[in-house]
Design a protein around this ligand. Structure first.
Ligand SMILES: Cc1ncc(COP(=O)(O)O)c(C=O)c1O
Length: 489
């Protein structure tokens, strides 16, 4: 490629450079995929020293830039496809998702307006229609793809807030927040995702606006406590702008009782948003779809496809039950979504999104659904949920392991607690488990999560990977024990 033209376009020199760059990178990816280690085990200090940016004024050229990315990024990346990489809700990705990324990146469509993404706009709208049907919403296209759960939760909370004020004849959009803001509350369970707090702070209402509802022994929202918290709020003269239910809490995978929550909220005219970032995968499930019973009743929903739908980051969606609520965030920019366009029925998705420029991430889900089909998709999702049940059973049979929570989705919370430490206090056991997690990652052999559940520090395996078997996890648990031995005492 000539030095003056580094742009992807149709000229012979550009397409040749493109093919070379893609061939060089994909060959490196194939090599990386085959390396046996989960991680090379470098520490923060080692990586800081090793990685040096080289912004040579003359430019290094594509080939060298790619070689350096392989050397300094790829080799020390975490192998998310490795069977012992189970710390987070962080999935290995579908092959078809990689192909979709090639198309998304090469075409560089932007989803804000029709004239920047014509076919992509229609595909995204059709997928939203399809997702709504899966949920059980009425036919329509109210919803949009997002960068993930945090943004989808923000959209739900923001529209709940704006609908709440609109009922009192006030437009947040025009006039901003008014009144005694400390009286405005959102209720969610004590295991809801922290993005509820962060989003409420972002919306000007602060962490103080979030009231935590107690949970039952399976980390699900306790409906009696919810009823009490609603009554208490009313007695205190507080106003509840939303209840956020979770379908799949981050650690325990707990699914709140959606139908009961929706019924209670309906009595009090309270918006319900369901954070189904994780549990939304069960929409595809053959065995476990009924866990989401009642989801069709709520006002808005978060879905995430870069969790148990195995799409590359990022890929999420927000669904809105009633399209009329989109009016609450209406903004018309002459250059993107003019009244003229709207009158002519031109869909400009910026009207439905918090983002302006936006990736065509919907393509990944569309291609995934077409390539795998419902049955295979359901099978790879159900695999993790069933595996977690088997692993939990195995954990209960090991004398030095303790199951902390019965699994509900695809995670297993447990801790190492050998008989020789039976007399030790909880703080010592907690420290030991923390050290086990750290030592595993330092060795590069495994990434097991360390978290806290109801005050108990424990280890977590999030078993999303459909290629992982019970035998793999038995090996991993043996490694946990082996790693723990030198740390005892
Ligand atoms: C239940 C839940 N909601 C929301 C999120 C945030 O999603 P994202 O990381 O896609 O913003 C997470 C992340 O793990 C989650 O577990």
């Amino acid at each position: 490629m000539s030095e003056l033209n580094p742009i992807l376009a149709g000229s012979a020199e550009s397409t040749e450079a493109y093919q070379q760059a893609i061939a060089q990178t994909s060959a490196a990816v194939v090599q990386w995929l085959q390396q046996p280690e989960m991680y090379q085990g470098k520490s923060v200090t080692e990586l800081r020293e090793r990685i040096q940016l080289d912004f040579n004024p003359q430019g290094l050229g594509n080939q060298v830039a790619i070689e350096r990315a392989i050397e300094f990024f790829l080799k020390d990346s975490l192998s998310v496809h490795h069977p012992q990489c189970v710390a987070h809700l962080h999935c290995p990705s579908l092959v078809i998702s990689q192909a979709a990324e090639v198309l998304i990146n090469a075409t560089n469509q932007s989803m804000d307006s029709w004239d920047q993404s014509p076919s992509a706009t229609i595909i995204e709208m059709k997928l939203i229609e399809w997702l709504r049907a899966q949920v059980g919403y009425q036919a329509g296209d109210a919803g949009v793809f997002t960068s993930g759960g945090t943004q989808s939760n923000l959209m739900g909370l923001m529209l709940a807030r704006d609908a709440f004020f609109a009922r009192q004849g006030h437009s947040i959009q025009q006039d901003g927040l008014v009144g005694d803001l400390r009286k405005i509350k959102v209720l969610c369970s004590e295991h809801a995702h922290f993005s509820v707090q962060k989003n409420m702070a972002l919306m000007g209402l602060g962490y103080q606006s979030v009231t935590l509802v107690k949970t039952d022994e399976f980390a699900r929202m306790d409906i009696n406590d919810l009823r009490e918290k609603v009554a208490q709020a009313q007695a205190n003269g507080e106003q509840i702008l939303a209840i956020v239910a979770t379908a799949g809490t981050t650690d325990a995978g707990a699914i709140d009782p959606l139908r009961e929550i929706a019924a209670l909220a309906a009595q009090h005219q309270i918006w319900v948003h369901v954070d189904a970032a994780w549990g939304g995968a069960l929409l595809m499930s053959e065995k476990y779809r009924d866990y989401l019973d009642g989801i069709e009743l709520v006002d808005s929903i978060t879905l995430d496809f870069h969790k148990q739908y195995f799409q590359t980051i990022s890929c999420g969606a927000f669904l809105l039950k009633e399209a009329r609520h989109y009016e609450l965030m209406r903004y018309q920019a002459a250059y993107l979504n003019s009244e003229f366009d709207e009158a002519a029925g031109v869909p400009n998705l910026v009207s439905k999104s918090l983002q302006t420029t936006r990736r065509f991430d919907a393509l990944k889900l569309w291609m995934g659904l077409e390539a795998l089909g419902q049955k295979q998709y359901a099978a790879i999702i159900d695999h993790g949920v069933t595996l977690a049940q088997q692993v939990a059973q195995y954990v209960t049979e090991q004398p030095s392991l303790e199951l902390v929570m019965k699994p509900q989705l695809a995670s297993v919370l447990f801790r190492f607690r050998p008989e020789q430490l039976a007399g030790s206090d909880d703080a010592a056991i907690a420290l030991l488990n923390q050290k086990i997690g750290d030592a595993l990652l330092d060795s590069g052999r495994a990434n097991v999560g360390v978290t806290e559940h109801n005050g108990v520090t424990c280890l977590k395996m999030t078993l999303l990977n459909p290629t992982v078997t019970l035998e793999d996890i038995k090996l991993l648990l043996a490694l946990v024990e082996k790693t723990a031995q030198p740390l005892i005492g």
